[in-house]
Unconditional design. Structure first.
Length: 416
């Protein structure tokens, strides 16, 4: 039962997500430092845990099960040379394209390079043979830690299985208590999604039935938003995003680097330039919390926007499978070109009317329109007013080059 104590609870959340994603088997080797990993895997009823004493044999047992089932298999061992003994199986998994999730226990930072037993350098131990490496770190028990670990479990599973399958390596620097000694923690902090679904579901846009369901989900939401950061080919992608947003009646919160604040897209689709300013108002932010956010491109740097998104259902359109998801709140990641995904959604919904809320987009646009006149009344010198002047003076299709962190934050907040 989640949680046992501060050492076990994060691992329990991660293992719960591995099971939700579809993991059915794990191979464990005994050890003191990896007891939290091995005991948590063994206690998970959806995962069959196979105990193999020798780590080299355990690695190949996991490799064989993954080959036979076609699903990622977890393998765990204690710290030190035990982890090095998994190297042959990791190399074979890489070469044979077999999905493994390698969970190595490690000494915490204070016990490294001080002569502590069973301590070697395990950072990127498997080099280029691991598709992805994560030093999991040490985290205080909290809801934020639970969300991080759940997202991490989903990403580890998806990375091992996706694209060219192979091994991923998560390194756990575990502190005491290593035994399952109960500790009083709030169970609500560690809960996953109520419907038993994975914290993050990953799929490709080419999977037509899923895209149709996704398009239907968008059409059923009257109060949604698009959040757009920097994208490749902003003219092409922006046109498709704007067309879908216009059809749904949703605003586009357009980062300055997205290319969607200026030009015909901004005019036709109602791009919101001053979302950073608007979301600094607690009243506006609470009254305009969407039912769903679709994120396109890089995540904007606006802190008010990121905080506002933290409790919002999110879908991320990610063309390069880079898992651009710093909020760790997204329910779905679609590995697809955003423009093509939006076009596919429009095609899937031909002849269907979405559930629009006419006031929703109008309220966003009206609020956005009030910011520029308010800024114009501020007495000079007022550095951010430069950006309104630059926007008016820049020739059509010109490039605005901004350097340094403070000016780019002003641009994000105030460029019209």
């Amino acid at each position: 039962m989640i949680p046992v104590n501060r050492t076990y609870a994060p691992i329990q959340a991660l293992v719960d997500e591995l099971a939700r994603c579809g993991m059915q088997h794990a191979v464990t080797s005994p050890g003191s430092r990896n007891a939290p990993l091995a005991l948590t895997l063994a206690a998970e009823p959806r995962i069959a845990a196979h105990s193999v004493i020798d780590e080299r044999s355990a690695g190949f047992a996991a490799l064989g099960i993954a080959k036979a089932t076609g699903r990622p298999v977890a393998v765990t061992c204690t710290s030190g040379t035990a982890a090095a003994n998994l190297m042959p199986a990791v190399v074979e998994a890489h070469e044979a394209r077999v999905p493994l999730v390698v969970l190595t226990a490690d000494r915490p930072p204070e016990l490294r390079e001080v002569g502590a037993g069973q301590a070697i350098d395990q950072i990127k131990l498997y080099g280029s043979f691991a598709k992805w490496f994560v030093e999991v770190g040490n985290h205080e028990p909290s809801r934020a830690t639970a969300v991080h670990m759940r997202s991490l479990g989903c990403r580890a599973y998806a990375t091992a299985a996706g694209g060219r399958p192979g091994p991923v390596h998560l390194n756990f620097p575990l502190r005491d208590p290593l035994a399952p000694v109960p500790e009083e923690l709030d169970p609500a902090d560690w809960e996953g999604r109520a419907d038993r679904a994975p914290w993050v579901t990953v799929h490709d846009a080419e999977e037509s039935p899923r895209m149709e369901r996704l398009a239907g989900e968008l059409a059923a939401v009257p109060r949604g938003v698009f959040v757009c950061g920097a994208v490749a080919e902003p003219e092409r992608v922006g046109g498709s995003v704007a067309q879908l947003a216009q059809w749904l009646g949703w605003p586009i919160l357009a980062d300055a680097t997205s290319g969607l604040r200026r030009g015909t897209h901004a005019v036709e689709a109602g791009a919101i330039a001053h979302y950073d300013v608007l979301l600094r108002s607690e009243r506006f932010a609470s009254e305009h919390r969407p039912e769903l956010a679709v994120r396109v491109g890089d995540t904007p740097t606006s802190k008010p926007l990121r905080a506002w998104l933290a409790d919002v259902r999110q879908i991320v359109l990610d063309p390069h499978a880079t898992w651009d998801e710093p909020t760790r709140g997204a329910e779905t990641i679609v590995h697809a070109d955003p423009g093509q995904a939006c076009e596919a959604a429009i095609g899937a919904l031909l002849g269907r009317e979405p559930e629009r809320d006419p006031a929703w987009l109008r309220e966003w646009c009206d609020a956005d329109a009030k910011v520029a006149p308010a800024l114009a009344t501020v007495s000079e010198p007022f550095e951010p007013s430069v950006w309104a002047a630059v926007a008016d003076a820049a020739p059509p299709r010109s490039v605005l080059w901004v350097a340094s962190s403070m000016p780019i934050r002003d641009v994000e907040a105030l460029l019209p």
